[in-house]
Design a binder for this molecule. Structure first.
Ligand code: MG
Length: 224
């Protein structure tokens, strides 16, 4: 399913590319055992088949009769949706190309990601599996007064695991759009996951994961 939905509206928008920014909160970089802040955004992609709007569940995929991982982890992220095709956008013009925002979870199979890092292999398997990119419905940007100052949090079974503010992002949204538009170009319906704060954790079957961003919304997904 790759149709994005706009809140309080019948409008849908086809999801094109899913860009994800890694290492965008210093406290998450340190919890991953790293101390080096990136000089430019760390970018990876998820396939559009990983997108799911308000899905009820997330499942670790099975292949050849067994689960491919036993370490599914939560990463709450502010998601930006692009309104129009654009290339080479300046930082000051970036806001013109934003349609709105959503709450997202960058579900990650951490064991496979760590293995890929050790072996110098791509992260795609650990980050791009089916339903690994759940998002809430889109809130139009006009309804958000300051996207760089929103509380962002995630709880598991009612216990807070991640709690931060978007002001802590190393690369702000306007710079991320500027950067991606120069290198890849952006398209209407592109989705950008903007990175997670600290508090990522291993999830178990039956866990209820609730992600929330002030003024944007709530996204609740059960681990199956
Ligand atoms: Mg992430």
């Amino acid at each position: 399913m790759s149709e994005l939905k706009i809140i309080d509206s019948d409008l849908t928008l086809r999801c094109e590319n899913i860009f994800c920014i890694g290492k965008n909160y210093a406290d998450h970089i340190s919890e991953m055992g790293d101390n080096v802040l990136p000089e430019e955004p760390v970018v990876f992609l998820k396939p559009s088949s990983s997108l799911a709007v308000n899905p009820e569940t997330v499942t670790i995929p099975s292949f050849a009769g067994r689960k491919i991982s036993d370490d599914l982890q939560n990463e709450v992220e502010l998601v930006v949706v692009i309104a129009n095709d654009c290339n080479n956008v300046s930082v000051s013009d970036a806001d013109d190309f934003i349609l709105g925002y959503a709450v997202g979870i960058d579900f990650t199979l951490r064991d496979l990601q760590s293995q890929a890092k050790r072996q110098g292999l791509p992260w795609t398997l650990s980050k791009g599996f089916r339903s690994s990119a759940p998002v809430s419905e889109i809130v139009l940007k006009e309804n958000i007064s300051d996207v760089n100052n929103l509380n962002i949090s995630l709880s598991v079974n009612g216990e807070i695991r991640q709690s931060a503010n978007t002001s802590q992002m190393i690369f702000k949204i306007d710079y991320i759009i500027h950067y991606l538009s120069y290198i890849f170009g952006l398209k209407k319906g592109d989705v950008i996951f903007t990175g997670t704060p600290s508090g990522v954790s291993r999830l178990s079957a039956g866990d209820v994961v609730k992600a929330e961003i002030e003024s944007v919304g709530i996204l609740e997904v059960k681990v199956e």
